[in-house]
Ligand binder design. Structure first.
Ligand code: FES
Ligand SMILES: [Fe+2]
Length: 372
């Protein structure tokens, strides 16, 4: 693998985004249209969708989607919109359809594969065929236990877009990991501040004194330095074995990792809505949902080897507490950032070489917005 020391990828003259990008509802609407509605967005793990009929309802770019596994084992992402008069069909966040999906308004009834199978009194309408009214579908892809959807009519195939990351992460055996903890954070800041903050550790000595003892901010290097996928690794400083409160490993290795990776933590920001953190003994990830220019919902889960969760002598809490503490420190500082960049006097500021990744993230963001 090729890793680049951060300063070598620094573009001199890089500056932060102007104020409007953090406060304007029009820009948020444009982001949803140009970025979130056209990209492969992660909606979480496939575990709640293991059995036929199991579903979750997720929102991407203001679209409510019913994600369900059909009887053949195929995943679907249906727009939560009845083909009769458009009513939102499903109100629960998750559950299991016994046989069918039924609209609560006039009882149009769909199979869990989306076909319309009953529509009361429509047989009286000339030329009406149930086959013409299946639920609308978004594109869906499953990768290593994660589920992605794409709202675009003709999206670039997931496999092609994600090829670089898939090859890179294979050794972590992500598909077999189990969810050990889940938390949702309501952050009073723009979603881009969450991405930018995740993408640099220049703030680590000041904001995360605990983390800074385990992961020296000058250590490591990046293997993705330009484009929608960015990031690399940091060294876990001996005698620490992992990024945990105690510094000790909290359970089994997640995959068959080569020696180097047993002392490294990888942090990847994956446009448009996934942050993925890989440690030797656990993985945690974040789904970043823009809610308002100054509000972001961040959903996070910690994943472990199933043996770690089954073994009472392992300590998953050690990893959970480490990141819960670190995350809250991050949300607090990005909320202060939001307040500052909302000022009429805020103007773009210079990025340092230690901030080459957030600078690259901004470049990719502007490119996707059509302003690059
Ligand atoms: S709107 Fe759904 S059945 Fe009428
Ligand atoms: Fe941080």
């Amino acid at each position: 693998m090729t890793y680049h020391r951060t300063p070598t990828t620094y573009v001199p003259g890089s500056r932060t985004l102007p104020r409007d990008y953090y406060v304007s509802p029009a820009i948020l609407a444009e982001e949803k249209e140009k970025i979130h509605a056209r990209s492969w967005c992660c909606i979480g793990r496939a575990a709640p969708l293991a059995e036929p009929g199991e579903y979750v309802v997720r929102t991407i770019a203001d679209e409510s989607l019913i994600v369900v596994r059909d009887r053949e084992g195929v995943l679907h992402a249906f727009f939560n919109v009845c083909r009769h008069r458009g009513t939102r069909i499903c109100r629960e966040e998750s559950g299991r359809f016994a046989q069918t999906i039924q609209c609560p308004y006039h009882a149009w009834t769909y199979g869990i594969d989306g076909r319309l199978i009953a529509a009361p009194h429509m047989q009286e309408v000339e030329g009406f065929h149930t086959a013409d009214y299946p639920l609308h579908e978004a594109a869906i892809a499953e990768w290593d236990g994660f589920v992605f959807v794409n709202l675009a009519n003709d999206p670039e195939p997931f496999d092609r877009v994600w090829a670089p990351m898939r090859a890179r992460l294979q050794r972590y055996s992500l598909s077999r990991l189990s969810i050990g903890h889940r938390v949702a954070y309501d952050v009073a800041a723009n979603w881009k501040l969450v991405f930018q903050n995740y993408s640099e550790c220049l703030h680590c000595p000041t904001i995360h004194p605990k983390l800074a003892t385990v992961l020296p901010y000058q250590s490591g290097a990046n293997d993705f330095t330009e484009g929608p996928f960015l990031g690399g690794y940091m060294e876990i400083k001996a005698p620490n074995e992992s990024a945990t409160m105690s510094g000790r490993t909290c359970g089994r290795l997640v995959g068959d990792l080569p020696e180097d990776d047993r002392h490294r933590a990888f942090y990847y920001s994956l446009m448009p809505n996934l942050l993925l953190s890989l440690h030797p003994d656990y993985v945690n990830y974040y789904l970043v949902h823009p809610i308002a220019p100054d509000r972001t919902l961040v959903e996070s889960e910690w994943l472990f080897h199933p043996d770690t969760l089954a073994d009472p002598s392992s300590r998953p809490r050690d990893a959970i507490e480490f990141w819960d503490l670190t995350n809250r420190q991050d949300w607090e500082i990005v909320e202060w950032s939001q307040r500052g960049v909302s000022s009429r006097r805020y103007g773009t500021g210079p990025y340092s070489a230690r901030e080459s990744v957030p600078a690259a993230w901004d470049r990719e963001y502007l490119r996707q917005m059509g302003r690059g």
